[in-house]
Design a binder for this molecule. Structure first.
Ligand SMILES: Cc1ncc(COP(=O)(O)O)c(C=O)c1O
Length: 389
């Protein structure tokens, strides 16, 4: 029987060219990894702090905490904001399960808000009606690298005394209204897992904030809830029952080598978005993503809407184009939530319509125009031979 790697198609246009990038950075990466493997473990731990500071400087965040994953980052950020059992946090259904699960893992309930049809992010006009007595915060998702309208959400949050934790796991490198992403949120969370716009080798995440107490809380919770004792014999005071959710030094070492390229990669993602938009404009039945004008989206994928989506997806794969589906079905239709009837789940018409039509075309900073041409040519040909429903 063929093993997984033999069975996997060789993509003509892959979703990520990370292996190619890693080969180009081979010397620096090997040196960084070797320092962790063969060096003093104490010094390896210092790499995490160094990387946190470098990331904060590069993206304009004052306090950064490197954690084990985006999922861990979301949970720690919510806990730092004080989410407790019985609370409600408003978010979206067209996201990874990690978003709603982070809320549930705090003992709180996700409340689901519909999204805008143009950029697929939470619709601020629909948030206010969902706010109830138990609502403590908002958790918007910058889907596909499109910044959600955090400024509009901030105004709502301030009126109702809510926090904002921004799920920017798909949007590292994006900006909004000329500012760093997260400027309107209390905390912002990035992911460094594979297929994310800024990825390492395994799992990783970053939580950023301008508010020292929130940052201190995340640091405490991710490190066993411990504070170092000032004098022997006390080496640690455990202030809370924390977790072991710090980023691994190996991940930090790799990400630190890649960080100087993030701005170039983000600009290239924007350019690839333009290439797609130019080539796919005006094809009957095809809807293009329209991130807000004031936002600088980074296109983790270029996610279009096509009526005969499932068939097109299948044919693109046959042709070696690594298209993807995000997120099908949306979380409220997943087995885990079907019985729970989350508040808001009965009123998500745009989310459900998008889940039936959206198709994520690959975007990677290594792409040339020829690769985008190929994806668009195959898509056009596929649409021509696929009967409209
Ligand atoms: C929107 C969204 N939020 C959160 C996560 C979780 O990030 P991680 O895989 O780093 O735990 C993902 C992962 O795919 C995601 O797509």
């Amino acid at each position: 029987m063929a093993n997984n790697s033999e069975a996997r198609p060789r993509w003509r246009v892959p979703r990520t060219n990370n292996p190619k990038v890693h080969r180009r950075l081979q010397e620096a990466l090997t040196e960084a990894v070797a320092a962790v493997l063969y060096g003093d473990p104490w010094e390896a731990q210092q790499l995490i702090g160094q990387f946190e500071r470098a990331f904060g400087q590069a993206l304009g965040h004052r306090h950064v905490s490197a954690v084990q994953s985006g999922s861990a980052g979301l949970r720690l950020a919510l806990l730092a904001c004080g989410v407790r059992p019985g609370d409600e946090v408003i978010t979206v259904a067209n996201s990874d399960i990690a978003t709603t699960a982070a809320i549930s893992h705090c003992g709180a309930s996700p409340v689901l808000c519909d999204v805008r049809a143009d950029d697929y992010t939470i619709d601020p006009d629909r948030v206010a009606v969902l706010i109830g007595e138990r609502t403590v915060g908002l958790l918007p998702v910058d889907l596909h690298g499109h910044p959600s309208d955090a400024a509009a959400l901030r105004a709502i949050a301030d009126r109702h005394g809510l926090f904002i934790v921004q799920d920017a796991t798909l949007a590292t490198g994006a900006r909004d209204r000329g500012q760093r992403l997260g400027a309107y949120a209390d905390m912002i969370v990035f992911s460094c897992s594979p297929f994310k716009p800024f990825s390492g080798i395994g799992s990783g995440g970053l939580v950023a904030t301008e508010q020292p107490p929130l940052w201190e809380r995340v640091e405490l919770l991710k490190g066993y809830g411990a504070r170092r004792g000032a004098t022997p014999p006390v080496t640690y005071y455990h202030l809370v029952e924390g977790y072991n959710l710090s980023m691994s030094p190996m991940e930090a070492a790799v990400l630190a080598v890649k960080l100087p390229y993030l701005a170039t990669w983000s600009a290239k993602r924007r350019l690839i978005g333009q290439w797609y938009a130019e080539r796919l404009a005006g094809i009957p039945g095809v809807g293009l993503p329209q991130p807000r004008r004031e936002a600088e989206a980074i296109y983790r994928t270029y996610t279009v809407q096509v009526p005969q989506r499932d068939e097109v997806y299948r044919r693109l794969h046959e042709q070696g184009i690594h298209a993807a589906l995000h997120y099908v079905p949306p979380v409220h239709q997943q087995p885990v939530y079907r019985e729970r009837r989350l508040r808001g789940a009965d009123s998500l018409p745009i989310t459900e319509a998008l889940a039936a039509r959206t198709l994520s075309l690959p975007v990677d900073p290594e792409f040339t125009e020829a690769e985008v041409d190929l994806v668009c040519d195959v898509l056009r040909a596929t649409l021509a031979m696929t009967p409209r429903p």
